[in-house]
Design a protein around this ligand. Structure first.
Ligand code: NAP
Length: 252
């Protein structure tokens, strides 16, 4: 094993991704993450810098870049930089994701494509690049952040739930293809987690979601990050192709 493990987290500037960076941060890891908010570049740069600082406080190191996961060329350059610096990728967490909600009959092609390109194609691009390196290393951990709605469906989220269902299919197929090289691939499917993504919901939509949670409250980013940390650890060496639900009982 190398002195330091190289960790890549997509969408690490805030929310669940930031928490994952912090849970994986320790003196034996070097963390790379990306973010992409062309509409508010200054705020996002500041958010990324905050994640970097919090990681450094845990005696790990983090470097971030503005990289659109939907753009395969940008992702390739990001991975080339990482491998150029550390020579490896040990852990990949495909976390970057967006929503563009609307009822199916009113959903336009642009909103469909955008969500699928970021949530699913982005994970495919990162997984393919990381898999090549992990196979050579004979070691790797890939964790995909899916969603409860990828399994249950949700009115108003045809694009998002399709992207997350696709991510679960990608997880299982990659798990079967990479298992013999000691590379595990799993998914974590969060339910309702308190982040900017859910803060954007209307009071009505929020209450409707929370009414489905037997534990009666939303989860925190740390609840998801703890499951990711376990799946990325050596303790999870014999677990692959699984979907771990972190949802307060919302879906069983
Ligand atoms: P969030 O607070 O909105 O954060 C999203 C992160 O993804 C940000 O770091 C954002 O970067 C990044 N991102 C967005 N588009 C990107 C792109 N094209 N390329 C690179 N990075 C991009 O969301 P969250 O709630 O933490 O969600 C994280 C993941 O969990 C997502 O995959 C989401 O679908 C999933 N999830 C969330 C919930 C929930 O209840 N919150 C439930 C189930 C699943 P910027 O900061 O630059 O925008």
């Amino acid at each position: 094993m190398p002195d330091k493990r190289t960790v890549v987290v997509t969408g690490g500037s805030r929310g669940i991704g930031r928490s994952i960076c912090l849970f994986l941060a320790n003196p034996d890891t070097q963390i790379y993450f990306n973010y992409f908010s062309p509409s508010n570049p200054e705020a996002e740069k500041a958010a990324a810098a905050e994640t970097e600082k919090l990681v450094a406080d845990l005696r790990s190191s983090a470097a971030s870049m503005s990289v659109d996961v939907a753009d395969a060329k940008e992702v390739e350059a990001f991975f080339e930089k990482i491998v150029g610096e550390t020579g490896r990728i040990d852990i990949l967490v495909n976390n970057a994701g967006i929503t563009k909600d609307g009822l199916l009959v009113r959903m336009n092609e642009n909103d469909w494509n955008m969500v699928l390109n970021i949530n699913l194609k982005g994970a495919f691009t990162c997984t393919r690049l990381a898999a090549k390196i992990m196979m050579k290393q004979r070691y790797g951990r890939i964790v995909n952040i899916a969603s409860v709605v990828g399994v249950s469906g949700n009115p108003g989220q045809a694009n998002y739930s399709a992207s997350k269902a696709g991510l679960i299919g990608l997880t299982k197929t990659a798990a079967k293809e990479l298992a013999a090289r000691n590379v595990t691939v799993n998914a974590v499917a969060p339910g309702f987690i308190e982040t900017d993504m859910t803060a954007a919901l209307s009071e009505k939509a929020r209450n409707a979601m929370l009414s489905q949670v037997p534990m009666g409250r939303g989860g925190q980013p740390e609840d998801v990050a703890a499951a990711v940390k376990f799946l990325a650890s050596d303790d999870a060496a014999y677990i692959t192709g699984q979907v771990i639900h972190v949802n307060g009982g919302m879906y069983m």
